[in-house]
Structures are given as structure tokens and as C-alpha cells.
Design a binder for this molecule. Structure first.
Ligand SMILES: NC(=O)C1=CN([C@@H]2O[C@H](COP(=O)(O)OP(=O)(O)OC[C@H]3O[C@@H](n4cnc5c(N)ncnc54)[C@H](OP(=O)(O)O)[C@@H]3O)[C@@H](O)[C@H]2O)[C@@H](O)CC1
Ligand SMILES: Nc1ncnc2c1ncn2[C@@H]1O[C@H](COP(=O)(O)OP(=O)(O)O)[C@@H](O)[C@H]1O
Ligand SMILES: [K+]
Length: 493
């Protein structure tokens, strides 16, 4: 699913009106109806509702929503901010059609009390940070104690660039029209956007397909289209031969988690290279995997490279100087795409000359702290972080998976894919090791690095969602993700 800029969204709106064709008023009706359909599925009609509307088209949506909820017997009050006479045409038409009580915002008075506030002050037309009476109103909404549902955008938040200042509605939920906005993908906006949803309002698919963008939101149907079909006469040689290099004294578990996840993700043969101390642990925990033992008892001192379709290095690896040397020697000779995670990334950050040896099309999987180390600098805000991620991907000619909620997958060509699966129950030690195992397994099966990254990240999050469903986000642990990989595959296939 494409993530479009505000400018593109405006053009999409205009194109749909001209080519469907549909009047702008009827399109607003359709959008408002879609919001109301979502709203009534969440909120019962005994709740009191306050719609807070600006005078642009977002406000117009708010007024139409107020009318529709009133017709459905909800108790609705409306507060308007701004000059009604200079409102948009569709705002004015909707105001005429409204039969509920309408108040004008008075910054000296308190907002009428309500269980739920519907925020329709600004949407994608926000042109500058909210100030003055708008800031006062937004503060009153945030301090009202009511639950807040925003139409299209939390008012005061820019959709596709960073918002200076803090006069932004803090919504519990945001219902966005047709496509998600870039701001929804970034952690610093979560406190404003809350849980977001998109509703289909029939905007032109033709226009959307013709728009250029570098940002995408991963959908299940897209992931499904990437999955290769399996065949009756497949043999294990066709499903790849992968190697995981990792583990050190006290961190063999990381290699075990990666190995088990790899085995559940379809690879034909799996070998794990561990220090000697890890041998029995691995052979017992994952008997389907073969082990190669390092000369050293407690750490990795050399990395083998012969005959594998895909190699992952990092889980539990440690950063001992002997291991640093081993990684350096390995990278000097090896040229196929790698999966690099955890301590492999930390070693690269501390020994920056090695970064030039990363093979093209490798997949690097930093969490935000590892990413900061890898980058060697910080960022002012999440939009800048995203730009820096894109730049680093281009520079390294590799894929970077910046992990978190909506993990972002940046490609060397500048495209970024944001993940749509996963949940806070995955924020536990070892979840990243599971992802690394899945990635090397998928890469080993002959998928391109791009497809392996998208498939792996999506299925990993999906396994997390099944785990949360069954176990709850508190009790689930990273090892549980592995048990739900089959459900993640079954769901998509
Ligand atoms: N996209 C679609 O397909 C569809 C879109 N629809 C809806 O339209 C919404 C976009 O509507 P919109 O373009 O009228 O802009 P909106 O967000 O109402 O605000 C603009 C007004 O606010 C003003 N203003 C801005 N910043 C300000 C500030 N800081 N402080 C004070 N004023 C400020 C600005 O004034 P100006 O910048 O001109 O000075 C202007 O008057 C969209 O989010 C969705 O809800 C659906 O109905 C149908 C399908
Ligand atoms: N709040 C969240 N929502 C969705 N996914 C999450 C969330 N928190 C963590 N994850 C996922 O869990 C994994 C954590 O990886 P990482 O931090 O490397 O863990 P570890 O190093 O302990 O293995 C990542 O894939 C990340 O995307
Ligand atoms: K809004």
C-alpha cells in the first residue's frame, strides 16, 4: 500500500472528484459515513459525544459525522472554532444541514463535557503549527479526560513532516481516509495518533497506482504474492542450505532461538556454528540442525563460508577481539548477501573500516540503539532518522531493517517498506534473534534480499500477533514466536 505525501493526497481527492465523477460534497458524505461506520462499531449510543470542528474540509467531515450520529440517536454537541463565514463550501453546506446544538469556541469558557470527543479541527490541510486559540482548544481536549477519536489526522500534527511544537491532539484512535500517513509509522507520533485505522472511501485506484512514492505499507496480499509455491517433487537441496554463526558463553540461547526459527521457516538444511560450549545445548534444543564447532571453547574465533546459500552472523556473538578478527577475515573473502545482526553490527560500528566490506544486498537488522551506533551519529526527530536510514542503505548498497513497531525496511534504491504486523508483546530479549533465523532461512531458499526482508519481517510480526492472541502480550516470550510461525505461514498461504 502506497504512503502518499499530503500534496499527492490533495491531488488524489481532486482527481477522484473529477474522474469518478462525484461532487466534493458527496465524497465528504462517503468519508464521513465510513468514519461513522467505524465509530458505531466501537462506541454505544449511550455515550455523550462532542464534535470539535474547524472550518476547512476536516471540519466539514466533523459536521457531517455529527449529523449522522445524531440520526443514529447519539447525544451530540458541536463546537466550532474559526470564522464560519470563510469556511470551505462543503463545511458551510454541512453546517446548514445540521440540526444539533452548535457552540462557538470561547477560549475563556470550558468545553462542554462529553464521554467522547471527535476531533475535526484540522486534517491534512494543516499549514502551520497550531497556535493561539487553536492551541488553547487542543489543550482543553487533551485535558478533558474524554476519549478522543480523530478524523483523518490528530489536529495539529503534520502528516508527512516533523511537527515543531506540542499543540497536537492526543487521540486514542485516528481514522484515516483510504491510505495511512507517513507520520503514523514513526514512534514519536504514537502519543498523538493512538491506534490508527484506514477506511476505504473509494478514492481513485488508478490515480494511486500512477503516483510515485518511496514509502510503502506492507499488506498481507502483497506478502502472499511474494511467496513461492512448493511442489510435490521438491527435495531438501532445493530449499537451501543456511548457516547461522553466533553464540558465546552465556549467550548460546540467542543462537538456539535463531536456529529454531530458521528451522520453522522452510530452509532445507541448517548448520549452526557455535563455540564448543554450545554444542550439546544446540544439538538437544534443535536436533534438526547440524553444528560446526569453533576451536575456542567460549567464543567464535573463525567463520566458515563454504557451500551455504545464506549466512547470518550475530546472535549472541559477543564482541571479543578474537571474534572481531574472525569477522574481518571472513568479510574480506565473502561476497554473497549476508544477514548481519546484534553483535555483528556492534563490531562493525566499532571497526568502521569493516563496513566497507559488507557484501552488496546484505540485510542488516539493527534496533534503534544499534542503528545509532552503526550510523555513528544521532538524529533530531524520526523523519530525520528515516532519511538517515535511507542514506545508509544507499551507501552500503544493503537493506536495513530498523526494528520496532512498524519496522522500516530500507532498500538501496531509496524505497522503504513499513511493517504492518507485530505488537508490544514482542519487546522482549530474543525476539530479534528469532527474526534473524527467519531471514536467513528465507534468504537460503532463494528469495531476493528484498523479498526475504519483507517476508521475514511480516511473518515474524504476524507470529507475534498470533502469540499475543493466545498468550497475551505480557506473558508471551520471544521463544513463543517460533511456535506461531506455522500459523503466520498458514494465514498468508
Ligand atoms: N483527501 C481526501 O480525499 C478527502 C479529504 N477529506 C477531508 O478534508 C481534509 C482536508 O481538508 P482541507 O484541505 O480543507 O484542510 P483542513 O485540514 O480542514 O484544514 C484547512 C483549514 O485550516 C486552516 N489552517 C491550517 N493550519 C492552521 C493553523 N495552524 N491554524 C489555523 N488555521 C489553520 C487552513 O487555513 P490556511 O492554511 O488556508 O490559512 C484551512 O482553513 C482531510 O483531512 C479530510 O478530513 C474528506 O472530506 C474527503 C476526502
Ligand atoms: N512494540 C512493538 N511492536 C512491534 N514489534 C516489536 C515491538 N517491540 C519489539 N518488536 C519487534 O521485536 C524484535 C526485537 O528485536 P531486538 O530488539 O533486536 O531484540 P533482541 O536483540 O533481544 O533479540 C524486532 O523485530 C521488533 O520489530
Ligand atoms: K482531525
Amino acid at each position: 500500500m502506497k504512503i502518499l505525501s499530503v500534496e499527492n493526497i490533495r491531488d488524489l481527492d481532486a482527481y477522484t472528484i473529477e474522474h469518478e465523477p462525484i461532487s466534493s460534497f458527496d465524497l465528504m458524505e462517503r468519508a464521513s459515513k465510513a468514519f461513522v461506520q467505524w465509530f458505531v462499531s466501537k462506541v454505544t449510543s449511550d455515550k455523550s459525544i462532542l464534535v470539535v470542528a474547524g472550518t476547512g474540509n476536516n471540519g466539514g467531515d466533523g459536521l457531517a459525522v455529527a449529523r449522522m450520529l445524531h440520526d443514529k440517536k447519539y447525544q451530540v454537541k458541536v463546537v466550532i472554532i474559526g470564522n464560519k463565514d470563510s469556511g470551505s463550501d462543503d463545511f458551510k453546506t454541512n453546517l446548514k444541514r445540521l440540526s444539533t446544538q452548535v457552540f462557538e469556541f470561547d477560549s475563556e469558557a470550558k468545553l462542554p463535557k462529553a464521554d467522547i470527543i471527535i476531533d475535526a479541527i484540522f486534517g491534512s490541510g494543516l499549514s502551520r503549527p497550531a497556535e493561539g486559540k487553536y492551541a488553547i482548544l487542543i489543550e482543553q481536549i487533551n485535558e478533558s479526560g474524554a476519549e478522543v477519536a480523530s478524523i483523518d489526522m490528530p489536529s495539529g500534527l503534520f502528516a508527512d513532516r516533523t511537527t515543531e511544537g506540542k499543540s497536537i491532539v492526543r487521540a486514542n484512535a485516528t481514522v484515516s481516509f483510504q491510505l495511512p500517513k507517513l507520520a503514523f509509522m514513526l514512534p514519536e507520533t504514537y502519543e498523538y495518533v493512538g491506534n490508527w485505522h484506514t477506511v476505504d472511501i473509494g478514492l481513485s485506484q488508478k490515480f494511486i497506482s500512477e503516483q510515485e512514492t518511496s514509502n510503502y505499507y506492507i499488506t498481507a496480499s502483497f506478502v502472499k504474492s511474494l511467496i513461492k509455491q512448493t511442489g510435490k517433487f521438491d527435495h531438501k537441496g532445493m530449499n537451501g542450505n543456511a548457516l547461522i554463526v553466533g553464540g558465546s558463553l552465556g549467550k548460546i540461547g540467542a543462537a538456539v532461538l535463531a536456529a529454531k526459527a530458521a528451522l520453522r521457516s522452510g530452509v532445507g538444511l541448517l548448520t549452526v556454528q557455535v563455540p564448543r560450549v554450545g554444542n550439546s545445548i544446540l544439538q538437544v534444543a534443535a536436533p534438526e540442525a547440524m553444528t560446526i564447532l569453533d576451536d575456542q571453547e567460549n567464543l567464535i574465533s573463525s567463520i566458515t563460508s563454504d557451500g551455504y546459500n545464506a549466512i547470518a552472523i550475530g546472535p549472541g556473538l559477543g564482541t571479543d577481539s578474537t571474534t572481531v578478527k574472525a569477522l574481518g577475515n571472513f568479510l574480506t573473502d565473502y561476497q554473497k548477501p549476508l544477514v548481519l545482526d546484534a553483535d555483528a553490527l556492534n563490531i562493525l560500528s566499532d571497526n568502521r573500516v569493516l563496513m566497507e566490506l559488507i557484501p552488496e544486498n546484505s540485510i542488516l537488522t539493527p534496533h534503534p540503539k544499534e542503528f545509532k551506533r552503526l550510523l555513528g551519529e544521532s538524529w533530531q526527530n524520526d523523519f530525520e532518522r528515516l532519511d538517515k536510514q535511507k542514506e545508509l542503505s544507499k551507501k552500503l548498497k544493503s537493506i536495513i531493517i530498523l526494528k520496532g513497531a512498524h519496522s522500516s525496511i530500507s532498500l538501496p534504491n531509496g524505497e522503504v517498506y513499513f511493517n504492518s504486523t507485530g505488537n508490544e508483546g514482542m519487546a522482549k530479549g530474543g525476539s530479534g534473534d528469532v527474526l534473524t533465523g527467519m531471514l536467513v532461512s528465507i534468504l537460503g531458499q532463494g528469495y531476493s534480499s528484498r523479498d526475504a526482508a519483507i517476508l521475514g519481517v511480516f511473518l515474524h510480526g504476524s507470529a507475534g500477533d498470533f502469540a499475543k492472541n493466545q498468550l497475551g502480550s505480557i506473558a508471551m516470550k520471544s521463544g513463543d514466536l517460533i511456535n506461531f510461525i506455522p500459523e503466520a505461514y498458514a494465514h498468508i498461504c
